[in-house]
Ligand binder design. Structure first.
Ligand code: ZN
Ligand code: ZN
Length: 353
């Protein structure tokens, strides 16, 4: 089924006459249009893409098959006109795609038509097709090459920000459209910060350095974390690193279609909890990656979704000890018919620099 046909099954499920897409990734996924503003309006028969002056030409090229409607920056009046003209009564919108103000204004303007919150549009993006996988593979390869490059640059005496910049510059030089998110470089005691952005801190001997980074290739992201040690690791460094690696390997060995996201999380969490560090692994095991860096399915104790072939998720256990440091190891995998394919090729033994 085409992406549009799959979206239309949501129309039927929710008894809708139309659905409005405001979320940028959903809009891009359905239409192909990559601009940063616009609204897609889909009925059983029509597919309209409403964009302002800045994007009319681009939309016509990127979204063939869609009727392009030029609208002012604030499209409420035109949406209302379309809804009235076609006598649409139930109009769906993404419940997480509008601000309260937008919802209030649009809801009032559309009356007597009813705005109906819809969840599950994002869900259409969870299983990737071949073209999406090719872009993700390329984004992973660029980031892996970036990591190999930056190992020759990481040494005591340089700043976290210089490391991040070197890695980002390399990835851009080698085909990344941009970095997937603000690069994380967290060294020493800062490595216990799961999302410690690169700072002015100078790297020192005997420290862990956690790097979390990714590339974007034609809209699709990659996501990788590696933790290295500067100089000789202490027994504690080894103990914590080996524990996180064992947890990741347990999950990678068990992840396959039919496993629930919460059970996938538990495969790694069990290993860490049995070693007495359950409280030091405070985030989920992973998340989907695609047009967004964080999308579904989330691998966490609270997620009921079931894994399916073609989903792309991170597997990223971590142990964080406040005041000492932490380790996270993150790979990106495709769920395959009988397991998972680990896309990340960056080495996973404890690298000593
Ligand atoms: Zn990451
Ligand atoms: Zn991640």
């Amino acid at each position: 089924m085409s992406r549009l046909d799959r979206l239309r099954t949501l129309l039927a499920e929710h008894h809708l006459d139309a659905i409005l897409l405001h979320n940028g990734e959903n809009r891009t996924y359905l239409t192909g249009f990559t601009g940063s503003a616009g609204v897609a309006l889909i009925t059983a028969r029509e597919s309209l893409l409403l964009v302002d002056f800045r994007y009319v030409e681009q939309a016509a090229v990127e979204a063939p098959g869609w009727e392009i409607v030029k609208v002012p920056r604030q499209a409420t009046d035109i949406v209302t006109e379309i809804v009235r003209g076609r006598e649409l009564r139930r109009v769906g919108f993404e419940s997480d795609g509008l601000t309260y103000k937008q919802y209030d204004e649009l809801g009032t303007a559309l009356r007597p038509a009813e705005l109906v919150p819809v969840t599950g549009v994002d869900r259409l993006r969870w299983v990737k097709d071949g073209d999406e996988l090719a872009r993700i593979r390329k984004a992973v390869a660029i980031a892996d090459a970036g990591f190999a490059h930056v190992q020759g640059y990481l040494r005591p005496g340089i700043r976290e920000r210089e490391v991040a910049l070197e890695l980002e510059f390399y990835m851009r030089r080698h085909g990344a459209d941009k970095e997937a998110f603000d690069t994380i470089v967290a060294s020493g005691v800062r490595s216990s910060l799961p999302h410690g952005r690169a700072t002015e801190k100078v790297l020192a001997p005997g420290e862990f350095v956690t790097l979390d980074f990714g590339a974007v290739v034609r809209g699709y992201h990659s996501d990788c974390t590696r933790t290295v040690v500067l100089g000789d690791p202490s027994p504690r460094h080894r103990e914590i690193y080996d524990l996180v690696l064992a947890a990741q390997r347990a999950a990678l060995a068990g992840i396959r279609p039919g496993v629930s996201a919460k059970d996938a999380d538990a495969m790694a969490r069990r290993v860490i909890t049995e070693a007495g560090h359950g409280d030091h692994f405070g985030h989920g095991l992973g998340h989907g990656v695609g047009l967004a860096i964080h999308e579904g399915p989330t691998l966490s104790p609270r997620e009921d979704a079931t894994l399916e072939a073609g989903m792309v998720v991170t597997v990223e256990p971590g142990v964080y000890l406040p005041g000492w440091g932490g380790v996270r190891i993150e790979d990106l995998v495709i769920i395959t018919p009988d397991g998972c394919e680990d896309l990340t090729t960056a080495p996973k033994h404890l690298i000593e620099l």
